[in-house]
Ligand binder design. Structure first.
Ligand code: ATP
Ligand code: MG
Length: 392
């Protein structure tokens, strides 16, 4: 029965002079999300509102699911349009609407009429009264409640008359593309896809880098990361995924540095390389899935040692989250099932039995000098062999 959607957006409504930039970005993202849905749609921006009109048959559930992945949308209102062909016709459509949308009539309601077109013969108050009466005549079990109605029936007189009453919650946040771009360090775990999703939700476009260590990590481990990037891209739009071959760097560190410091030193090289690619691709920051105390490499001391090599800001949106809370989000955004597939990531192969939990920065820096002979060359080779996969 629905043929259109009114898109509500909260936060971006208050951006003053830049408002149109946010609205345009939102329209772009809506169009992108709808491209993946069956059916044709027209997205239009009028009177400070965004409407999605179906211009062909479409799959309602799939379309709503698509819109629910567009950051910046706070609510999705499925709508019915009726041509302005007299009040009687409007009354009939309203009765039909209620019948289809609310099979159970034991409900209270309120009619909220608005006229964007003031030449309509009835004013809003009169419309509320008349339509209320028509509804009560048709469904005597229903009752009016103007303060706390179960159904808020909006009737808006515009070029046509729009009827809607349901608000499906959107994801909130800001439209991707309004907040610059950042580089996500994406592993195959639970945390990093969630971290990327959270930053993208604030309007930031995401690219990603994955450190691959063949043959210690398999093609399937890499495929898992591509699959995760795809899940995140359903919200963010296309992600440029850089796959960096990290094997020789890891083996060299393994060979030259104390084993209890392997993870920290390895992570420092990951950050250095990620930052290099970030700067070359106009990213304004790095994103990781780190959370204080989760593992030895994420104590305050370890985070300080890792952060030490970064010039760009490192965003760690999960820093204060418990694992359970992260799992909840990963289930909600549908990355969990992929993340828990059991393919090893490169860090699990080279981990020491007893990694340092309080690395001393000066000692780490000193031990990194053990790598002086060959490390620059190895890093350069890793950068030169960067494989870029565009994940949509
Ligand atoms: P995740 O669940 O995201 O894998 P984790 O709890 O396993 O995180 P670590 O392995 O210590 O934690 O990694 C911390 C962060 O470092 C990850 O969230 C991710 O951002 C980054 N990272 C770790 N391994 C890789 C990798 N192989 N490629 C890219 N980034 C990585
Ligand atoms: Mg991991």
């Amino acid at each position: 029965m629905f043929t259109a959607f009114l898109i509500k957006y909260a936060e971006i409504g208050v951006k003053g002079k830049n408002r149109y930039l946010f609205e345009n970005a939102l329209v772009q993202q809506i169009k992108y999300a709808l491209k993946k849905c069956d059916g044709k749609f027209a997205v239009r921006k009028t009177d400070g509102r965004i409407y999605v009109d179906a211009v062909s048959d479409f799959d309602y559930e799939e379309t709503v699911a698509g819109l629910k992945r567009v950051f910046g949308i706070s609510g999705i209102c499925p709508m019915v349009y009726v041509e302005d062909e007299g009040f009687e016709k409007l009354g009939k459509t309203v009765i039909e609407y209620i019948d289809k949308v609310y099979p159970d009539k034991n409900k209270s309601f309120k009619v909220a009429a608005r006229r964007a077109r003031k030449n309509y013969p009835l004013n809003s108050m009169e419309m509320n009264m008349e339509l209320g009466g028509i509804i009560l005549d048709a469904y005597p079990e229903m009752r009016v409640d103007v303060h706390n109605p179960d159904i808020m029936l909006n009737v808006e007189v515009r070029d046509m008359i729009y009827i809607y009453s349901e608000i499906i919650p959107g994801p909130g946040g800001m439209p991707v593309g309004t907040g610059g771009k950042a580089m996500l360090l994406l592993s195959g775990g639970i945390d990093s896809p969630v971290a990327g999703w959270m930053i993208a939700k604030r309007g930031v476009k995401i690219d990603a880098v994955y450190f691959h260590a063949p043959p210690y990590t398999s093609e399937r481990a890499k495929q898992k990361v591509v699959d995760l990037a795809k899940k995140v891209a359903a919200y963010t739009g296309p992600i440029y995924l850089h796959v960096i071959n990290f094997t020789d760097i890891q083996l060299y560190i393994y060979d030259k540095c104390p084993h209890d410091e392997l993870t920290i030193i390895m992570r420092r090289y990951m950050m250095r390389i990620a930052e290099h690619i970030a700067k070359e691709t106009e990213c304004l920051g790095l994103i990781t899935g780190e959370s204080i105390g989760q593992v030895a490499s994420q104590t305050m001391h370890s985070l300080m040692a890792t952060n030490d090599v970064c010039g760009l800001p490192v965003y760690r949106p999960l820093i204060g989250f418990d694992k359970m809370d992260i799992v909840d989000i990963s289930e909600k955004i549908d990355t969990y099932e992929t993340s828990i597939q059991p393919y090893e990531d490169c860090c699990t192969i080279f981990v020491a039995k007893h990694p340092v939990t309080k690395p001393n920065l000066n000692i780490i820096r000193k031990h990194e000098h053990n790598l002086d002979e060959k490390i620059d060359e190895l890093v350069q080779t890793a950068l030169d062999t960067d494989e870029v996969i565009i994940v949509k």
